[in-house]
Ligand binder design. Structure first.
Ligand SMILES: [Fe+2]
Length: 401
């Protein structure tokens, strides 16, 4: 039997650590608890919800820390009979009902947990992680990460994750130039996502290419796998050889382009964010299709995704007027995405890795002459949520120190 602890010996019903938040006063309401903190903040907790998240042995599993109760276990009229602020800073609650034979009818709540879950929900990253838009000019201002220490130095790794989220791209310079590095750094974050190109794909010249990526052709700014229901959230490209003529890498902040269109031409923005476009892939062994607008907005109306691969667009359908307006709108977006104003161009060095949000940042390359030298990149995909999970784990470890 593993070293099993009683849930009731834990501070919180999870694996996180929270700084104490001194409480000034508490008030019991018919439906729950109001907590006032000494820093002036106030949190509100529904009695039934609070009961479900107590650390009693019959409520939170001692090993998994997952809940054992759900709303069907809470009787109608359930409420808090009394609550008091204990000398140790915890809130002690007495319930109106006992729910199980072992239920003591009471529970204790840690101030830090009440504060964080009641006011914010997500972890405190101690950083502004909102998107920072960039252009070809300001791309150079995005912090570069030192590949010689990003794997082992937690502070540099934390900076890497934050930069990745803020700018949608991070350039790691000077990693050890070994093929397996395309797994080592991504897997420090989370789980690699496989695709029809395999778990790890080799960007090099292929005789029987199933993508222009595997030829010497120019690749215009694009997102990968626009035909898939869930486009990969993240992409990693690691350079192992790059001595051919041409083959410079390009990156474009798709959110910056979309935001530019939104502010300067709202009609085109509305068309591109509301009109579904058919994307289809061309391959001998798969036939993926997806129909969605070029720009996708989240619940808050902010940009959540750009789906942007010109060569995967299917032939259009509709009236001449509809098709013409949508075609012109796409033309404007694709033009801006490949313009010198928005598209940064640079040469990847051996040992460099570009890591980018594939639903935000467009990538591409200039053409190259395969006879002039070798060009070999290794790539893989991952979901966006892996990046956030990785960041939360680092933040959690910092709080636990
Ligand atoms: Fe690509």
């Amino acid at each position: 039997m593993p070293n099993q602890r009683h849930a009731s010996s834990m501070l919180t019903p999870d694996f996180d650590t929270y700084p104490a938040r001194p409480i000034a006063s508490i008030d019991v309401h018919p439906l729950g608890l109001e907590v006032r903190y000494k820093d002036g903040q106030v949190s509100f907790h529904l009695a039934a919800d609070l009961r479900e998240h107590s650390v009693a042995d019959d409520t939170t599993h001692a090993v998994t820390r997952e809940a054992l109760l759900d709303p069907t276990h809470i009787p109608e009229g359930f409420h808090i009979s009394a609550a008091q602020l204990a000398d140790d800073g915890f809130v002690k609650v007495t319930w109106s009902h006992k729910l199980t034979p072992s239920d003591t009818g009471q529970a204790r709540y840690y101030s830090g947990w009440l504060y964080q879950t009641g006011l914010y929900g997500d972890a405190d990253f101690e950083a502004d992680l909102s998107p920072r838009l960039w252009t070809a000019e300001t791309f150079k201002d995005i912090p570069r990460i030192d590949g010689s220490c990003v794997i082992d130095n937690e502070d540099e790794y934390f900076r890497f994750l934050k930069t990745f989220i803020q700018y949608g791209v991070v350039l790691v310079k000077g990693l050890p130039a070994v093929p397996e590095m395309i797994e080592t750094l991504p897997e420090k974050i989370g789980v690699i996502r496989t695709s029809n190109f395999g778990r790890i794909f080799e960007v090099k010249i292929k005789a029987d290419a199933d993508s222009n990526a595997y030829t010497g052709e120019e690749l215009r700014a694009h997102t990968d796998l626009a035909t898939r229901e869930y486009m990969p959230g993240l992409q990693f490209l690691f350079c192992l050889q790059n001595d051919s003529d041409g083959g410079n890498s390009t990156l474009t902040d798709g959110f910056a382009v979309a935001n530019h269109i939104r502010t300067t031409d709202p009609q085109t923005f509305n068309l591109l964010s509301q009109t579904p476009i058919d994307f289809v892939n061309k391959a001998k062994t798969s036939d993926y299709r997806m129909t969605v607008p070029l720009f996708h907005l989240g619940r808050d109306g902010q940009l959540d995704e750009v789906r942007w691969t010109s060569w995967l667009r299917a032939p259009m359908r509709g009236s001449f007027d509809e098709m013409s307006r949508l075609y012109s709108a796409q033309k404007k977006a694709y033009h801006l995405g490949n313009s010198s104003e928005f598209k940064a161009c640079f040469k990847l060095g051996v040992g460099d890795m570009i890591c980018f949000d594939n639903r935000r940042v467009l990538h591409g390359r200039t053409s190259f002459d395969p006879t002039s030298g070798g060009r070999w990149l290794r790539g893989c995909y991952m979901e966006r949520e892996e990046l956030w999970s990785g960041l939360r784990m680092v933040a959690r470890a910092k709080r636990a120190r």
